[in-house]
Design a protein around this ligand. Sequence first.
Ligand code: GLA
Length: 743
Amino acid sequence: MPIQYHIQSQEFHLYNDQVSYLIRVLENGQLGHLYYGARIPDEADHGYLVENTYRPMTTYVSPDDYSFSLSNVQQEYPPYGTSDYRHPAYEVKQANGSTVTNFTFEGYQIINGKPQLTGLPATYASSSHPATTLEIALVDQLTQVKMILSYSIFSDSPIIARNVRFENHGKETVTLTTAQSLSVDLPDADYEWVQFSGAWGRERHPHVTPLRPGLQAVDSLRGASSHMQNPFLILKRPQTTEMSGEAYAVSLVYSGNFLAQAEVNEYDVTRLQIGINPFHFAWQLTPGTNFQTPEALIAYTEKGLNDLSQSFHRLYNDCLVRGAWQHQVRPVLINNWEATYFDFTEEKLIAIAKQAKKLGIELFVLDDGWFGERMTETDGLGDWWPNPKRLPNGIAGLANQIHQLGLKFGLWFEPEMANRNSKLVRQHPDWLIQTPNRPQSQGRRQYVLDLAQPEVIDYLFDLIAKVLHDGQIDYVKWDMNRNMSEVYSLAYPANQQGEIFHRYILGVYQLYERLRQAFPKILFESCASGGGRFDAGMLYYAPQAWTSDDSDAIERLAIQGGTSYGYPLSSMGAHVSVTPNEQVGRLTPLNTRGNVAYFGDLGYELDITQMTPAELAQIKAQIEEYKRYRSVFQYGNFYRLTGLGQAKLINWLVVSQDQRIAILGNFKVLNDVNAPYRRLRIPGLKADFRYHVTEVKPAGKVNRGSFTGQELARLGLVISDASAGQTNETTDFYSRCFILEAE
Ligand code: GLA
């Protein structure tokens, strides 16, 4: 049993082979946090860790006692308002206006497995990845509101999954204005804070800063997790590297407004929290109802950042992604967007598809512009039926032709949005998110549909399901191209407007779930103007996501590299596009574009009917090679061999689960003349296997010798290119790909 309750000390110990997590009921009945880190033996009492002593400028809980103060203790789910001045994990506003509460221990239960969260994405247990769950109930006697803190530990992961459920058993309505998914107090502050930030076209670049006294936070108020910040963050020891050292990370399994913050207090205690953004959040908890927070995950490693990332990759691949595409290799696709934008005809699409088939591509995706009156971005969004002016044979006719070519057929939708010029908005103007008597802002000439209204979800489901059914669609790209503003729902009363952001996301999840269940074989790829909603919540519904609209190979080193800290390679859509690149104007070799896109779900997004025979031959070879090692690229153990912030020479490695195959991508961002000797140590191999090393060059494969795993790990693989800059072979943006195969 990996969860022990020590009745005398009232301590809970959650553990597996890798980690321990210790919780203790404090003397005032609230919950204290004692430890989360590497596995320790199960001992009955760690009371010595509760260091509650007199401190100046402190308020104390009991009248005659100068020691017990919530300011002094590490807590599990702290309140504000009684003796602790840090930011709380929750706030409950009562009918009399007070927000003071006193939630005390009521009981607990240990559940075999891991209960699902109604309407929300969450990790799940299975027979190959069993989990045990501890639910601790706390009650506020005055209001009769309960909180159920839930902790699940998997048998084979250092990651603990947490969530909180509020239940109103009282007679009065209370308002929840803060309800974090996770709060944990770490006993010191010797950390660096690593956040993943950016903008459209340059998502999830890592930023590292030392933790300092006070608050540091990232958040989103856009109604989506956003391009700008990601609901994933790492606290690492300053000396921690990719290959060694301690770190924690938290991830929110949620796609809407979030807040992730660390607060370092005057005693160097670090309070780490993640959950729904309290700003603009107010949930009416009427008597007899519950509120369920999203799930948050917390991870620990003592073996460096690659190990931390691999824990998330494994958990997401094994216990978050669901359905027919879980653990399946993903098809190599061609998307027509950057090849044609809105300017396409059925003949043009068929020409691209025919060429794609010859190159070994498996899935043809028709992007924006096939529906309603859509000729540009100003019209037609929301009208999900084929435009006969563009597609005389409809989607079904086109899909049929594509299927006849031996390709799968995929289609773009943007279900959550509408243009004003659409039948949908003309018929249902009240289905848009809008604030009465105020102007409505537009983004990309489109408006957000009110998915907090069940009839909007029904309407979208019926229309989309018809197209998916008629065309026998194999893949859906679900886009979302603007953030929310003037957030208000005409369908809800004044006192529930603080619920709309969250209800909207619940609506998105519901529509996704209904479509998934109706079409279980469809592969969903989520998208939000590129990677504007790349989060663990989405992965529960769509096992892959369009990583960024920026497909420039060099920018993608930063974007995919940054994304890999928190998300698996199988989740990252990665396409080869044209040069000069449409986003940054950069010229990069086709070889490098391929090598970068290899580390993800490979696709092509350029006009392959306009390429030279030599380029086509190179693409064909690229795809052949990718397919040979596809399961390694998508599901292997991924290592960043170049650390945070080193951008000139980047090395990525994937190693197959059985350690028989490893593939090294060596990316030289800027060429260097008369370069240093370079030897790269290769982790993750079996010491006594002998690996044959081949370099895959556009002109063919070159034998680079054979070495034992131990030699490669200790002496390293020689990757020097002394002639760099003196031959035509190496250039800026030059890259190499090495395959290591056990003999
Ligand atoms: C967004 C997506 C692109 C493409 C366009 C279509 O920008 O990220 O990949 O689908 O919309 O309008």
